[in-house]
Design a protein around this ligand. Structure first.
Ligand code: SAM
Ligand code: SF4
Length: 382
Protein backbone atom coordinates (compact mmCIF):
# COMPACT_ATOMS: atom_id res chain seq x y z
CA UNK A 1 0.00 0.00 0.00
CA UNK A 2 1.54 3.35 -0.98
CA UNK A 3 1.42 6.22 1.47
CA UNK A 4 0.63 9.55 -0.16
CA UNK A 5 1.38 12.53 2.09
CA UNK A 6 -0.60 15.69 1.48
CA UNK A 7 0.85 19.12 2.24
CA UNK A 8 -1.53 21.67 3.68
CA UNK A 9 -0.61 24.89 5.35
CA UNK A 10 -0.88 28.60 5.53
CA UNK A 11 2.09 30.88 5.32
CA UNK A 12 2.83 33.15 8.24
CA UNK A 13 2.77 36.83 7.28
CA UNK A 14 6.55 37.26 7.33
CA UNK A 15 7.38 34.12 5.37
CA UNK A 16 9.06 33.96 2.02
CA UNK A 17 9.60 30.33 1.08
CA UNK A 18 8.15 26.95 1.85
CA UNK A 19 9.54 24.43 4.29
CA UNK A 20 8.75 20.78 4.84
CA UNK A 21 9.80 19.68 1.38
CA UNK A 22 12.23 17.00 0.45
CA UNK A 23 11.92 14.65 3.41
CA UNK A 24 9.14 12.78 1.64
CA UNK A 25 11.00 12.31 -1.60
CA UNK A 26 12.79 9.20 -0.39
CA UNK A 27 11.13 5.87 -1.03
CA UNK A 28 8.51 4.88 1.53
CA UNK A 29 9.72 2.15 3.89
CA UNK A 30 8.40 -1.38 3.51
CA UNK A 31 5.56 -2.30 5.86
CA UNK A 32 6.46 -4.77 8.60
CA UNK A 33 4.02 -4.98 11.49
CA UNK A 34 5.87 -5.52 14.75
CA UNK A 35 9.05 -3.58 13.95
CA UNK A 36 9.74 -0.38 15.93
CA UNK A 37 8.90 2.99 14.38
CA UNK A 38 12.35 4.53 13.95
CA UNK A 39 12.79 7.68 11.88
CA UNK A 40 15.73 8.63 9.68
CA UNK A 41 17.29 10.50 12.65
CA UNK A 42 17.19 7.45 14.94
CA UNK A 43 14.24 8.56 17.06
CA UNK A 44 12.07 5.66 18.24
CA UNK A 45 8.37 6.54 18.43
CA UNK A 46 6.48 5.38 21.50
CA UNK A 47 3.73 7.97 22.02
CA UNK A 48 0.61 8.35 19.87
CA UNK A 49 -1.63 11.37 20.54
CA UNK A 50 -5.15 10.52 19.45
CA UNK A 51 -7.49 13.44 18.84
CA UNK A 52 -11.06 12.27 19.38
CA UNK A 53 -12.87 15.36 18.15
CA UNK A 54 -12.19 18.93 17.02
CA UNK A 55 -15.23 20.20 18.96
CA UNK A 56 -14.88 21.87 22.33
CA UNK A 57 -16.85 23.20 25.27
CA UNK A 58 -14.53 26.25 25.45
CA UNK A 59 -13.17 28.73 22.92
CA UNK A 60 -9.69 29.57 24.27
CA UNK A 61 -8.39 32.60 22.41
CA UNK A 62 -5.02 30.97 21.63
CA UNK A 63 -6.69 27.89 20.13
CA UNK A 64 -10.03 28.66 18.46
CA UNK A 65 -11.92 31.65 17.14
CA UNK A 66 -15.19 32.54 18.85
CA UNK A 67 -17.14 31.95 15.67
CA UNK A 68 -16.54 30.85 12.12
CA UNK A 69 -14.51 27.77 12.99
CA UNK A 70 -14.56 25.27 10.15
CA UNK A 71 -15.45 21.94 11.77
CA UNK A 72 -14.32 18.59 10.46
CA UNK A 73 -17.05 16.78 8.53
CA UNK A 74 -18.92 14.41 10.85
CA UNK A 75 -18.67 11.61 8.27
CA UNK A 76 -14.88 11.82 8.36
CA UNK A 77 -14.58 11.40 12.14
CA UNK A 78 -13.01 8.06 13.05
CA UNK A 79 -15.35 5.54 14.64
CA UNK A 80 -14.33 3.73 17.80
CA UNK A 81 -13.65 0.56 15.78
CA UNK A 82 -11.39 2.50 13.42
CA UNK A 83 -9.45 4.09 16.28
CA UNK A 84 -8.95 0.71 17.92
CA UNK A 85 -7.80 -0.82 14.65
CA UNK A 86 -5.13 1.87 14.18
CA UNK A 87 -4.11 1.66 17.83
CA UNK A 88 -3.63 -2.13 17.66
CA UNK A 89 -1.19 -1.81 14.77
CA UNK A 90 0.56 1.11 16.49
CA UNK A 91 0.95 -0.89 19.72
CA UNK A 92 2.36 -3.84 17.77
CA UNK A 93 4.88 -1.36 16.28
CA UNK A 94 6.05 -0.26 19.73
CA UNK A 95 3.72 2.58 20.72
CA UNK A 96 3.39 2.35 24.52
CA UNK A 97 1.26 5.41 25.34
CA UNK A 98 -1.98 6.60 23.83
CA UNK A 99 -2.82 10.17 24.86
CA UNK A 100 -6.43 11.12 24.20
CA UNK A 101 -6.94 14.74 23.29
CA UNK A 102 -8.86 17.03 20.99
CA UNK A 103 -10.72 19.42 20.85
CA UNK A 104 -12.20 18.30 24.10
CA UNK A 105 -12.00 14.51 24.43
CA UNK A 106 -14.72 14.39 27.09
CA UNK A 107 -17.25 15.64 24.52
CA UNK A 108 -17.04 12.31 22.77
CA UNK A 109 -20.13 10.39 23.90
CA UNK A 110 -18.33 7.03 23.76
CA UNK A 111 -15.31 8.28 25.73
CA UNK A 112 -15.52 5.57 28.42
CA UNK A 113 -15.67 2.87 25.74
CA UNK A 114 -12.72 4.50 23.93
CA UNK A 115 -10.64 4.21 27.11
CA UNK A 116 -11.86 0.68 27.83
CA UNK A 117 -11.09 -0.67 24.36
CA UNK A 118 -7.72 1.07 24.06
CA UNK A 119 -6.59 -0.04 27.50
CA UNK A 120 -7.26 -3.68 26.54
CA UNK A 121 -4.67 -3.46 23.75
CA UNK A 122 -1.26 -4.95 24.45
CA UNK A 123 2.08 -4.50 22.75
CA UNK A 124 4.75 -7.08 21.91
CA UNK A 125 5.07 -9.71 24.62
CA UNK A 126 1.70 -8.73 26.10
CA UNK A 127 3.05 -5.43 27.46
CA UNK A 128 0.12 -3.19 28.57
CA UNK A 129 -0.31 0.27 27.09
CA UNK A 130 -0.76 3.45 29.07
CA UNK A 131 -3.88 5.58 28.48
CA UNK A 132 -3.43 9.27 29.25
CA UNK A 133 -5.76 12.18 28.57
CA UNK A 134 -5.44 15.93 28.13
CA UNK A 135 -8.71 17.68 28.99
CA UNK A 136 -10.12 21.05 29.92
CA UNK A 137 -11.69 19.33 32.94
CA UNK A 138 -15.32 20.15 32.15
CA UNK A 139 -17.49 17.10 33.01
CA UNK A 140 -14.43 15.35 34.40
CA UNK A 141 -15.86 15.16 37.94
CA UNK A 142 -18.86 13.25 36.62
CA UNK A 143 -16.98 11.00 34.18
CA UNK A 144 -13.79 10.24 36.10
CA UNK A 145 -14.95 7.15 38.06
CA UNK A 146 -16.01 5.44 34.82
CA UNK A 147 -12.80 6.49 33.05
CA UNK A 148 -10.57 5.15 35.84
CA UNK A 149 -12.54 1.92 35.97
CA UNK A 150 -12.15 1.64 32.18
CA UNK A 151 -8.35 1.93 32.45
CA UNK A 152 -7.35 5.62 32.31
CA UNK A 153 -3.91 5.93 33.90
CA UNK A 154 -2.86 9.61 33.64
CA UNK A 155 -4.43 13.05 33.37
CA UNK A 156 -3.33 16.50 32.24
CA UNK A 157 -5.86 19.26 32.90
CA UNK A 158 -5.64 22.72 31.37
CA UNK A 159 -6.22 25.78 33.55
CA UNK A 160 -4.79 29.15 32.51
CA UNK A 161 -6.17 31.31 35.28
CA UNK A 162 -7.78 31.02 38.70
CA UNK A 163 -9.82 34.20 38.28
CA UNK A 164 -13.35 33.82 37.12
CA UNK A 165 -13.57 37.01 35.03
CA UNK A 166 -10.29 36.21 33.30
CA UNK A 167 -11.31 32.63 32.69
CA UNK A 168 -14.50 33.86 31.06
CA UNK A 169 -12.64 36.33 28.85
CA UNK A 170 -9.91 33.86 27.92
CA UNK A 171 -12.15 30.87 27.15
CA UNK A 172 -15.26 32.86 26.18
CA UNK A 173 -17.24 30.62 28.55
CA UNK A 174 -18.08 31.07 32.24
CA UNK A 175 -17.01 27.54 33.26
CA UNK A 176 -14.19 27.99 35.80
CA UNK A 177 -16.17 26.23 38.55
CA UNK A 178 -16.61 23.14 36.36
CA UNK A 179 -12.87 23.01 35.70
CA UNK A 180 -12.08 23.39 39.41
CA UNK A 181 -14.51 20.54 40.19
CA UNK A 182 -12.68 18.41 37.62
CA UNK A 183 -9.29 19.18 39.16
CA UNK A 184 -10.60 18.38 42.66
CA UNK A 185 -11.96 15.05 41.38
CA UNK A 186 -8.65 14.26 39.68
CA UNK A 187 -6.75 15.09 42.89
CA UNK A 188 -9.02 12.74 44.87
CA UNK A 189 -8.80 9.96 42.26
CA UNK A 190 -5.20 9.13 43.05
CA UNK A 191 -4.15 9.21 39.37
CA UNK A 192 -0.53 10.34 39.51
CA UNK A 193 1.38 12.20 38.28
CA UNK A 194 -1.40 14.75 37.83
CA UNK A 195 -0.35 17.65 35.62
CA UNK A 196 -1.95 21.05 35.15
CA UNK A 197 -1.22 23.01 31.96
CA UNK A 198 -1.33 26.77 31.41
CA UNK A 199 -0.42 28.76 28.33
CA UNK A 200 1.46 31.80 29.64
CA UNK A 201 0.30 35.03 27.98
CA UNK A 202 1.55 38.57 28.30
CA UNK A 203 -0.83 40.92 30.12
CA UNK A 204 -3.37 38.09 30.32
CA UNK A 205 -2.19 35.69 33.04
CA UNK A 206 1.55 36.39 33.45
CA UNK A 207 0.89 37.91 36.88
CA UNK A 208 -0.62 34.59 38.05
CA UNK A 209 2.30 32.22 37.48
CA UNK A 210 3.18 31.90 41.17
CA UNK A 211 -0.50 31.53 42.14
CA UNK A 212 -0.96 28.74 39.61
CA UNK A 213 2.06 26.83 40.93
CA UNK A 214 0.80 27.20 44.51
CA UNK A 215 -2.63 26.00 43.42
CA UNK A 216 -1.07 22.95 41.73
CA UNK A 217 1.04 22.11 44.80
CA UNK A 218 -2.07 22.32 46.99
CA UNK A 219 -3.74 19.77 44.67
CA UNK A 220 -0.72 17.41 44.60
CA UNK A 221 -0.26 18.29 40.94
CA UNK A 222 2.65 19.51 38.82
CA UNK A 223 2.13 22.88 37.12
CA UNK A 224 3.44 23.14 33.57
CA UNK A 225 3.60 26.38 31.63
CA UNK A 226 3.44 26.27 27.84
CA UNK A 227 4.90 28.89 25.54
CA UNK A 228 2.16 30.06 23.21
CA UNK A 229 2.61 28.50 19.78
CA UNK A 230 1.51 29.63 16.30
CA UNK A 231 -1.25 27.06 16.11
CA UNK A 232 -4.47 28.95 16.76
CA UNK A 233 -7.21 28.30 14.23
CA UNK A 234 -7.69 32.05 13.87
CA UNK A 235 -4.00 32.52 12.87
CA UNK A 236 -3.57 35.42 15.29
CA UNK A 237 -0.31 34.33 16.99
CA UNK A 238 1.99 37.22 17.73
CA UNK A 239 5.50 36.48 19.00
CA UNK A 240 5.53 39.62 21.12
CA UNK A 241 2.53 38.33 23.14
CA UNK A 242 4.31 35.10 23.98
CA UNK A 243 5.82 34.77 27.45
CA UNK A 244 9.15 32.96 27.11
CA UNK A 245 10.60 30.20 29.27
CA UNK A 246 13.22 32.66 30.58
CA UNK A 247 10.51 35.08 31.67
CA UNK A 248 8.54 32.29 33.36
CA UNK A 249 11.60 31.10 35.28
CA UNK A 250 12.48 34.65 36.31
CA UNK A 251 8.98 35.19 37.71
CA UNK A 252 9.03 31.90 39.63
CA UNK A 253 12.57 32.46 40.94
CA UNK A 254 11.30 35.39 42.96
CA UNK A 255 9.32 32.91 45.06
CA UNK A 256 11.24 29.60 44.92
CA UNK A 257 14.76 28.37 44.41
CA UNK A 258 14.54 26.47 41.12
CA UNK A 259 16.85 23.51 40.46
CA UNK A 260 16.83 21.75 37.07
CA UNK A 261 15.66 18.13 37.15
CA UNK A 262 17.94 15.93 34.97
CA UNK A 263 16.79 13.01 32.81
CA UNK A 264 14.07 14.64 30.76
CA UNK A 265 14.16 11.96 28.03
CA UNK A 266 11.48 12.52 25.41
CA UNK A 267 9.23 14.59 27.72
CA UNK A 268 8.12 17.93 26.27
CA UNK A 269 8.48 19.73 29.61
CA UNK A 270 11.80 20.66 31.20
CA UNK A 271 11.37 20.54 34.98
CA UNK A 272 12.72 22.39 38.01
CA UNK A 273 12.25 21.45 41.66
CA UNK A 274 10.79 24.11 43.96
CA UNK A 275 13.03 24.80 46.96
CA UNK A 276 14.77 21.44 46.54
CA UNK A 277 11.55 19.39 46.05
CA UNK A 278 9.58 17.26 46.24
CA UNK A 279 7.34 19.56 44.21
CA UNK A 280 8.36 20.73 40.76
CA UNK A 281 7.28 22.95 37.90
CA UNK A 282 7.57 22.28 34.17
CA UNK A 283 7.98 24.51 31.14
CA UNK A 284 7.16 23.44 27.59
CA UNK A 285 9.29 25.85 25.57
CA UNK A 286 8.51 24.75 22.03
CA UNK A 287 9.37 28.19 20.62
CA UNK A 288 12.46 29.37 22.50
CA UNK A 289 14.00 26.00 23.46
CA UNK A 290 12.73 23.31 21.04
CA UNK A 291 13.13 19.71 22.17
CA UNK A 292 12.75 18.00 18.78
CA UNK A 293 15.92 15.91 19.13
CA UNK A 294 14.24 13.52 21.56
CA UNK A 295 10.71 13.66 20.16
CA UNK A 296 8.98 10.27 20.27
CA UNK A 297 5.48 11.47 19.37
CA UNK A 298 3.09 10.90 16.49
CA UNK A 299 -0.39 12.34 16.14
CA UNK A 300 -3.66 11.00 14.78
CA UNK A 301 -6.33 13.58 14.03
CA UNK A 302 -10.02 12.93 14.62
CA UNK A 303 -10.49 12.59 10.84
CA UNK A 304 -7.83 9.94 10.40
CA UNK A 305 -4.75 11.95 9.39
CA UNK A 306 -1.39 10.89 10.77
CA UNK A 307 1.01 13.74 11.57
CA UNK A 308 4.65 13.48 12.64
CA UNK A 309 4.83 16.94 14.25
CA UNK A 310 2.47 19.57 15.68
CA UNK A 311 3.91 22.05 13.21
CA UNK A 312 4.05 19.85 10.14
CA UNK A 313 2.08 20.81 7.06
CA UNK A 314 2.07 17.24 5.77
CA UNK A 315 -0.57 14.65 6.66
CA UNK A 316 -0.85 10.92 5.94
CA UNK A 317 -4.44 9.93 5.29
CA UNK A 318 -5.65 6.68 6.85
CA UNK A 319 -9.31 7.05 5.83
CA UNK A 320 -8.98 5.52 2.34
CA UNK A 321 -7.21 2.53 3.87
CA UNK A 322 -9.77 2.07 6.62
CA UNK A 323 -12.78 2.60 4.40
CA UNK A 324 -11.68 0.91 1.22
CA UNK A 325 -14.51 -0.81 -0.62
CA UNK A 326 -14.43 -4.42 0.44
CA UNK A 327 -17.03 -5.75 -2.01
CA UNK A 328 -19.10 -8.87 -1.46
CA UNK A 329 -17.25 -11.86 -0.12
CA UNK A 330 -18.78 -14.97 -1.63
CA UNK A 331 -18.34 -18.69 -1.13
CA UNK A 332 -16.21 -20.58 -1.90
CA UNK A 333 -13.60 -17.91 -1.14
CA UNK A 334 -14.02 -16.92 2.52
CA UNK A 335 -10.25 -16.36 2.91
CA UNK A 336 -10.70 -13.24 0.78
CA UNK A 337 -12.22 -11.48 3.78
CA UNK A 338 -9.18 -12.35 5.86
CA UNK A 339 -6.87 -11.10 3.14
CA UNK A 340 -8.73 -7.79 3.02
CA UNK A 341 -8.46 -7.48 6.79
CA UNK A 342 -4.75 -8.25 6.72
CA UNK A 343 -4.34 -5.73 3.91
CA UNK A 344 -5.94 -2.98 5.99
CA UNK A 345 -3.56 -3.62 8.89
CA UNK A 346 -0.60 -3.67 6.51
CA UNK A 347 -1.84 -0.39 5.03
CA UNK A 348 -2.05 1.22 8.47
CA UNK A 349 1.43 -0.03 9.29
CA UNK A 350 2.76 1.28 5.98
CA UNK A 351 1.23 4.69 6.60
CA UNK A 352 2.70 4.82 10.15
CA UNK A 353 6.11 4.04 8.70
CA UNK A 354 5.80 6.62 5.92
CA UNK A 355 4.77 9.24 8.46
CA UNK A 356 7.74 8.42 10.70
CA UNK A 357 10.08 8.27 7.71
CA UNK A 358 9.02 11.77 6.63
CA UNK A 359 9.75 13.36 10.01
CA UNK A 360 12.13 16.29 9.85
CA UNK A 361 14.92 16.72 12.43
CA UNK A 362 13.12 19.72 13.94
CA UNK A 363 10.32 22.20 13.48
CA UNK A 364 10.87 25.57 11.86
CA UNK A 365 8.80 27.96 13.98
CA UNK A 366 11.76 30.30 14.25
CA UNK A 367 12.50 30.26 10.53
CA UNK A 368 11.15 33.28 8.63
CA UNK A 369 9.82 30.80 6.07
CA UNK A 370 7.70 29.00 8.67
CA UNK A 371 4.41 27.84 7.23
CA UNK A 372 1.66 27.59 9.85
CA UNK A 373 -0.42 24.40 9.52
CA UNK A 374 -3.88 25.07 8.10
CA UNK A 375 -5.42 23.17 11.02
CA UNK A 376 -5.81 24.88 14.35
CA UNK A 377 -4.64 23.20 17.55
CA UNK A 378 -8.17 21.97 18.26
CA UNK A 379 -8.16 19.98 15.00
CA UNK A 380 -4.60 18.69 15.34
CA UNK A 381 -4.73 17.50 18.94
CA UNK A 382 -2.42 19.11 21.47
N1 SAM B 1 -9.24 20.58 25.27
C1 SAM B 1 -8.17 19.94 25.94
C2 SAM B 1 -7.37 20.92 26.78
O1 SAM B 1 -7.53 22.12 26.60
O2 SAM B 1 -6.59 20.45 27.60
C3 SAM B 1 -7.24 19.16 25.04
C4 SAM B 1 -6.88 19.79 23.73
S1 SAM B 1 -5.89 21.26 23.85
C5 SAM B 1 -5.62 21.63 22.16
C6 SAM B 1 -4.35 20.61 24.45
C7 SAM B 1 -3.39 21.60 25.02
O3 SAM B 1 -2.98 22.47 23.99
C8 SAM B 1 -3.96 22.47 26.12
O4 SAM B 1 -3.12 22.38 27.26
C9 SAM B 1 -3.91 23.86 25.54
O5 SAM B 1 -3.65 24.83 26.51
C10 SAM B 1 -2.78 23.75 24.55
N2 SAM B 1 -2.82 24.74 23.48
C11 SAM B 1 -3.83 25.02 22.64
N3 SAM B 1 -3.49 25.98 21.77
C12 SAM B 1 -2.22 26.33 22.06
C13 SAM B 1 -1.29 27.28 21.51
N4 SAM B 1 -1.61 28.06 20.50
N5 SAM B 1 -0.07 27.34 22.08
C14 SAM B 1 0.28 26.55 23.12
N6 SAM B 1 -0.54 25.64 23.66
C15 SAM B 1 -1.78 25.53 23.15
FE1 SF4 C 1 -10.88 23.71 23.77
FE2 SF4 C 1 -8.56 22.83 24.70
FE3 SF4 C 1 -8.66 24.48 22.55
FE4 SF4 C 1 -9.29 25.44 24.93
S1 SF4 C 1 -7.27 24.62 24.32
S2 SF4 C 1 -10.47 25.74 23.02
S3 SF4 C 1 -10.22 23.73 25.91
S4 SF4 C 1 -9.41 22.41 22.65
Amino acid sequence: MTAIPVTIGRRMPQSAASVDLGAHAAAAPVASIGAPLVDTHGRVHRDLRISLTDRCSLRCTYCMPEQGNEWLAKTSILTLDEIVRIARVAAADGITTFRLTGGEPLLRTDIVDVVRRLSAITGPGGRPVEIAMTTNGIRLAELLPGLVEAGLTRLNISIDTLRRDRFHALTRRDRLDDVLDGIAAAGASGLRPLKLNAVAMRDVNDDELVDLVEFAVAHEAQMRFIEQMPLDAGHTWDRSRMVTQDEILTALSARWELTPVPGRGGAPAARWTLDGGPHSVGVIASVTAPFCGDCDRLRLTADGQLRNCLFSTTEYDLLPILRQAQGPVEEPFPPVAELVEAGIDAGIDGMLRSCVHGKLPGHAINDPAFLQPARGMNAIGG
